[in-house]
Ligand binder design. Structure first.
Ligand SMILES: [Zn+2]
Length: 456
């Protein structure tokens, strides 16, 4: 019964029109999404992992209250800053909003720079630690604590950040090898995060990760990266911008944030949180926002020291780092779009339309082009603009190869091939050959020990 319900839900979703606004930070995504929502009776769903949190409005670059009032927004600034929010939380909540909007005949406009959030929604991606699964597991495991995988309680594999921090990666790789040798073979013994994820999948689904991926591949349009597109009717709009122009825009934006009170905002947040926590972890939740970590040295100073020459130096350095990290983040975002949305291996890809947002004085043209694309697709016509071309990419075959000569491990087939023809490897091979040769020569020549005494 569950299966048919699930199929029906998928079938219903697959015909939905849905708009996704993509692009690097600072390209005008929020502005375009609001314009689209107003034009097509839509509602905006935020897909920025930092903007889901309440507070730090300047640091996380949230829209203003006035902008927010222009159309309904979802998943924006609703979460307590000390709570965790994972990609499967986003997937679950976003999909239920999309479904609700569809019933009301409203257009969902998903916008945000956290691309793995967007990926979890537009494709049928398998996510480790689906919360329902793990809750069910908790109930099951509470009845008996002898549920072990290798030497580890299943619970520990489900929550590795709490329980497995001190377990060496090599040991985890060994465990994965024993439960899911096929997946272990495709992972480097150093790839801790991926190893943990596969162990988590095994612990929560009670199935090997390799098995589940094979099932995804078997679905029409599926690939090793995940299942087929959930919304074949999705329209993806990519706001593009010349890189130098974007760099400058980002620098200016950080200056504007400072004028708007960025430093005070960080100071207040730091003060309110530091009293709760003995140690700040900048790898979790809202603490990952660009700005907090960069201003850490400055924020740790007393109010008087912040005003001192040294304090002002820390502040200046911190702000330079905020700019640098934001520029780097923007480049990563663009790379993601190119690699995941425009390079085809065996994965089904959505149509992505490019919109040039380099010259902000021509913004009205960007909007009208976006309107035309969405309008034609909603009325099942072909837009006059072509989607961006898709490149073909040969898929890398992953399996473990060990070079005993160089004592190195390779899991990428391409890197293994590269290594075998590299100068580094050839040099080592030559050295090894000479050594072996020398040994053989020595063995052939009888040594004093080997000479047999003459019979007398
Ligand atoms: Zn080698």
């Amino acid at each position: 019964m569950f299966i048919t319900q699930y199929c029906r839900a998928i079938l219903k979703m697959s015909t939905l029109p849905i708009v996704v606004v993509l692009g690097a930070t600072g390209t005008g995504k929020s502005k375009l999404s609001i314009a689209l929502a107003k034009r097509f009776e839509g509602e905006v769903i935020n897909a920025d992992s930092m903007q889901v949190y309440r507070g730090l409005d300047i640091v996380t670059n949230k829209i203003t209250d006035a902008e927010r009032a222009e159309c309904p927004h979802h998943l924006l600034g609703f979460l307590d800053p000390l709570r965790m929010f994972h990609v499967f939380d986003f997937q679950e909540q976003c999909l239920s909003i999309v479904e609700r909007l569809a019933e009301q005949k409203k257009l969902p406009v998903i916008v945000g720079g956290t691309h793995y959030y967007i990926e979890s929604v537009i494709w049928n991606v398998l996510l480790a630690n689906n919360r329902e699964d793990s809750e069910q597991e908790k109930v099951e495991t509470s009845s008996g604590s002898d549920d072990l995988i290798g030497e580890f309680p299943r619970e520990h594999l489900l929550d590795p950040l709490t329980h497995l921090t001190y377990v060496p990666t090599l040991e985890l790789h060994g465990l994965l090898k024993s439960v899911d040798p096929e997946t272990a073979d495709t992972l480097h013994p150093n790839e801790r995060r991926k190893i943990l994820r596969s162990l988590q999948v095994f612990a929560s689904h009670k199935k090997r990760h390799s098995e589940l991926i094979a099932a995804q591949k078997a679905e029409a349009g599926g690939s090793s990266l995940g299942g087929p597109l959930r919304f074949p009717n999705a329209v993806l709009l990519w706001l593009q911008c010349d890189e130098d122009v974007l760099d400058e825009r980002i620098n200016n934006r950080v200056d504007q944030m400072v004028e708007a009170g960025l430093v005070d905002e960080c100071r207040n947040f730091h003060k309110s949180v530091a009293s709760h926590k003995s140690e700040l972890d900048y790898t979790k939740g809202i603490f990952q926002s660009i700005g907090l970590k960069e201003l850490h040295d400055f924020l740790m100073l007393s109010p008087e020291d912040q005003e001192s020459e040294q304090g002002q130096k820390y502040l200046e350095e911190g702000l330079q780092n905020v700019k640098a990290r934001t520029r780097k983040y923007a480049k990563k975002q663009i790379q993601w779009i190119r690699n995941r949305l425009l390079k085809r291996s065996d994965r089904q890809l959505p149509h992505v339309f490019g919109l040039d947002a380099t010259d902000l004085s021509r913004w009205p043209e960007v909007e009208s082009k976006a309107f035309e694309i969405v309008d034609t697709i909603l009325s099942a016509k072909k837009p006059s603009v072509e989607p961006l071309p898709q490149e073909f990419r040969a898929e890398d075959v992953r399996s473990t190869n060990v070079c005993k000569v160089c004592e190195r491990v390779f899991v990428s087939g391409n890197q293994w091939k590269e290594h075998l023809s590299s100068r580094f490897h050839k040099k080592r091979m030559n050295k090894q050959r000479k050594k072996l040769h020398a040994l053989e020569v020595r063995r052939e020549r009888p040594t004093a020990l080997q000479t047999v005494p003459e019979p007398s």
